[in-house]
Design a protein around this ligand. Sequence first.
Ligand SMILES: Cc1cc2nc3c(=O)[nH]c(=O)nc-3n(C[C@H](O)[C@H](O)[C@H](O)COP(=O)(O)OP(=O)(O)OC[C@H]3O[C@@H](n4cnc5c(N)ncnc54)[C@H](O)[C@@H]3O)c2cc1C
Length: 417
Amino acid sequence: MTSTAAGVVIVGGGQAGFTVASTLRVSGYDAPVTVLAAEPHPPYQRPPLSKKAHTDPHDLRVELVPESFYRDRDIDLRLGDETIALDLAAHTALTRTGTTVFYDHLVLATGARNRPLPVPGAELPGVHALRSLDEALAIGRALTTARDVVVVGGGFIGLELARVAHARGARVTVVELADRLLGRAVSAELEPWLRQRHERAGVRILTGTAVRALEGAGRVEQVVTDHEVLPADLVVYGIGAVPRDELAGRAGLAVRDGVLVDERLRSVTDPRVFAVGDCARCPHPQADGPVRLESVQNAVDQGALVARRIAGSADTAGPYRNLPWFWSDQGDVKLQIAGLRSNGDEVRVVPRDTAERLAAYAFRDDLLVAVETLNWPAEHLAARRMLERGTPVSAADLAETTLGALARAGRTAEVRR
Ligand SMILES: Cc1cc2nc3c(=O)[nH]c(=O)nc-3n(C[C@H](O)[C@H](O)[C@H](O)COP(=O)(O)OP(=O)(O)OC[C@H]3O[C@@H](n4cnc5c(N)ncnc54)[C@H](O)[C@@H]3O)c2cc1C
């Protein structure tokens, strides 16, 4: 079955795929725009899925736009039909239902999937991972009766869910293999503060602890770790994500833990193909090598840039260099990150007042490169503004003051690049 679409074909109907499609139309692109989406739901936001318990799909307002949006803009949104093969020579995408779609430009926006939990019993009923709307609904339903919840993985999603489960009245234990929470994402200097907040709220946290097996007769009943056995009627795991790059790899595009793209987000193998969002690995001026970022900001900014480039907007000739930023709401903690920190950076943590707002400032060669804040949105916004503008800020500049105060004093007028 052949459907002659041509124009732009986007594989993946998530945050990045949606942004490409909508920005193409905003940018005046008037050839066909087709979104090939594996999930049965129109594009939706994932962040709310881990920030509260969901039981009724009708209560969930996570769709990015109403379905009429696609009709009104002549965007051909094809749901529930996974793309299974690409033919780079023929410029076609083949879907599971047997439809072949031609493209002038192909955009891969296939996102990431959860890393599977590699222990016996991970397939038992009562064990869940969280990425999709359907998984969030299943966890929400399980939380209505669960008394003992074990969260495997002390990353963003795990900690958010731990606080959600605790707020629903469950006893919650977080089991983390590394010797601290949020190992990859947050500085070692900030982590003890965060951990303390969660423990004080009543969440038990076991770091340096490996899960060996999940056990139960017919459904999960306990989690066996290398230190103790934990009762569990619900287990949720979040131990990282892997990019969905296998479609690209099978087609002959270069992949390395993500689809390899250049600084203009074009495949390094085929100039007609772009990749954006969680599935793309691209150079970034703040990183040593090509990076793959998993955030809404990255999906939206990359999607918009590619769409404007395809539509021919003159303002997008430059490389992708948008400042990375991120947020995570974990019960009474709002964690926000601006910029990219790397291991060698020098980090200073500054508590500010009794409301327990605090910030960790990371410096490279004595210049501010990243800021992590807890419950301090104003400082996060000031950080974003300064880092985006390239305002030089040294550790001495921040010895007695905040970024917000520096910005108010007019420091943002000094532009580094
Ligand atoms: C529970 C959760 C909470 C999060 N919270 C935050 C947060 O607080 N802040 C933040 O910045 N980020 C957060 N994120 C990350 C953020 O949601 C992602 O970075 C963002 O959704 C990436 O967008 P994407 O379009 O690249 O991928 P996705 O949104 O994952 O979309 C990819 C889509 O492509 C589809 N697909 C894959 N392969 C194919 C194929 N072969 N054919 C057709 N379709 C295909 C998938 O089914 C999926 O629907 C969260 C993520 C999760 C899972």
